[in-house]
Design a protein around this ligand. Sequence first.
Ligand SMILES: [Zn+2]
Length: 194
Amino acid sequence: MSDITVCCSRCGAEHSASVPQSVNVATDPDLKEKVRSGELFTWQCPHCGAANLLQVPFLYHDPNERLMLVLTDAPLGAEGLPEGYTGRIVRTVGDLIEKIKIFDAGLDDLVVEMCKFVTCQELKKDVPLRFVRTDGADAEMTFAYPEKGEMQLVAVGFNVYEDCAAILQRNPHIRSSALGLVTIDQAWLSRYFQ
Ligand SMILES: [Zn+2]
């Protein structure tokens, strides 16, 4: 835990807040749920009641899945990632939660980014899609995107996931660029697909 000073985005009042800097989800499943729900990163201002989002560096470690998710805005290299681990750098709390959902669902985040790309083309929209959920193995995936101030949901069949997985299999250089601690998002994918 570290004590930091936070500043309310609405009224500007300052408070001190205790913030965990990491979670080992094998030893602290309750904390994992607070990360996954976003609760850990929100605080309510005692002066004006506004809900605020904390933007702090955070390490999410799942030793069973050999997964490390690093929330940071600092540039990071692959050093320090244990052998055999999947490492991802995320820039926002929303990105962190999305990655947790993808890995918890047993999905491959490279394939999911590819699915987003394909789905945007299908929708003929350039929107930031977020993975929301899947209803079990081989089931439809649900993505969300903002439009006219509301969240729209779009269902994507598992066949799209399988097609995207096949494309990645035929292009092994894409996967080999995702070793170490890397950011896997639409910007990353756009290096390979336009
Ligand atoms: Zn306030």
